[in-house]
Design a protein around this ligand. Structure first.
Ligand SMILES: NC(=O)c1ccc[n+]([C@@H]2O[C@H](COP(=O)([O-])OP(=O)(O)OC[C@H]3O[C@@H](n4cnc5c(N)ncnc54)[C@H](O)[C@@H]3O)[C@@H](O)[C@H]2O)c1
Length: 323
């Protein structure tokens, strides 16, 4: 999809991954609304001010339908809304059962509310607006969510965060299947560890230790690297989560970047789409960001999903058992 002249909405765009994403989309020629909490660093607009009227900051709480709607409206004033990237998120660690007792239920609910409900709130309102636009080159737009490697490999103290990010990963597929009829793609990214203010709370020693546990490259990810992936997702119409193999991959992974993670073995892992015969092209896997396509058919998965005639019309086709 051509970004030049299109409008993009980036929530959590005042910091970290969202900020880098806003800059990358601006660089690609899009008009960008940075939607973030009123208390977020206002310096983002100064930093991006070189783009002139192509960028706007809109105070927004992703859990609040009114301010998200205002952000969508503001983006539409800049151009046809084609891209919505959900980067707003909170981590708030806490053990389920600590010395002081069970985790406060409100603390758990708040993380889920911001990360999961907030993502859905942005998706539903942005989708409505994108669906009203004229298709260009066979598509109307794309929604990008930020999950986390914690969705698959949560650590102690991450029950709320992992649950929220698992929810983001899980909603991606039904959203992509549903919105395909509107020519809207939906993709989630599950980043490993990136060097953002999110990580700033950790002592340098801990950050260095985490970085050293990454096989290659042994460092935290640069937000610009995440942003480059978002830009690629927006520009590459073949990237969507709507045509995955069914039940042939244990985690049904969305775009998953574990290069910055400490428990990773793969670089990127993607469950993407089916080939022309309807066989699932299961997992893009590879070390250190080298992306390769592995046909699950070639690997003889237990079952392979084949696409039905319409979006959402999935039927299962048994394949030979794994020997
Ligand atoms: N940094 C990492 O290593 C990492 C890894 C995996 C996933 N993520 C995810 O990436 C996303 C961005 O993280 P980051 O590292 O850039 O963090 P960050 O703290 O730098 O940025 C998060 C932004 O979200 C905003 N925000 C928080 N609550 C909000 C709300 N209710 N409404 C609107 N905006 C809100 C904050 O103001 C902030 O600007 C988060 O969803 C996070 O869970 C980060």
């Amino acid at each position: 999809m051509k970004l030049t002249g299109s409008a993009a909405l980036v929530t959590g765009g005042a910091s970290g991954l969202g900020r880098a994403t806003a800059a990358a989309l601006l660089h690609a020629g899009a008009h960008v609304v940075v939607a973030d909490l009123p208390s977020s660093p206002g310096s983002v607009t100064e930093e991006l001010a070189g783009a002139g009227p192509r960028v706007r900051f809109v105070p927004c709480d992703v859990t609040d339908p009114d301010t998200v709607q205002a952000s969508v409206d503001a983006a539409s004033e800049l151009g046809p809304l084609r891209v919505a990237v959900s980067c707003a998120g909170v981590a708030t660690p806490g053990r389920m059962l600590s010395r002081s007792g069970p985790l406060n239920l409100d603390a758990f609910a708040r993380v889920v509310q911001v990360n999961l409900v907030g993502t859905f709130n942005v998706f539903r309102l942005a989708a409505q607006r994108i669906a009203e636009s004229e298709p260009v080159d066979g598509e109307r737009g794309v929604l990008v969510a930020t999950s986390s490697v914690a969705a698959y490999d949560g650590q102690i103290g991450q029950a709320a965060y992992a649950a929220s990010k698992g929810g983001v990963a899980a909603l991606t597929l039904p959203a992509a299947r549903e919105l395909a009829q509107h020519l809207i793609r939906v993709v989630s990214i599950a980043p490993g560890l990136f060097d953002t203010p999110f990580m700033a709370g950790l002592p340098q020693e801990a950050r260095d230790s985490l970085a050293q546990q990454v096989p290659h490259p042994a460092r935290l990810g640069d937000p610009a690297e995440f942003a480059a992936l978002v830009r690629h997702i927006a520009e590459n119409p073949m990237l969507t989560r709507s045509h995955p193999p069914r039940r042939c991959h244990p985690d049904g992974t969305p775009l998953r970047n574990e290069t910055g993670g400490r428990r990773c073995r793969d670089g990127f892992a993607v469950a993407s789409r089916t080939d022309r015969a309807g066989n699932g092209l299961g997992k893009f896997s590879g070390r250190s960001g080298v992306v390769a396509v592995v046909s699950r058919a070639g690997r003889q998965p237990l079952r392979i999903g084949a696409l039905g005639p319409r979006p959402g019309g999935i039927r299962d086709r048994p394949t030979p058992s794994r020997s």
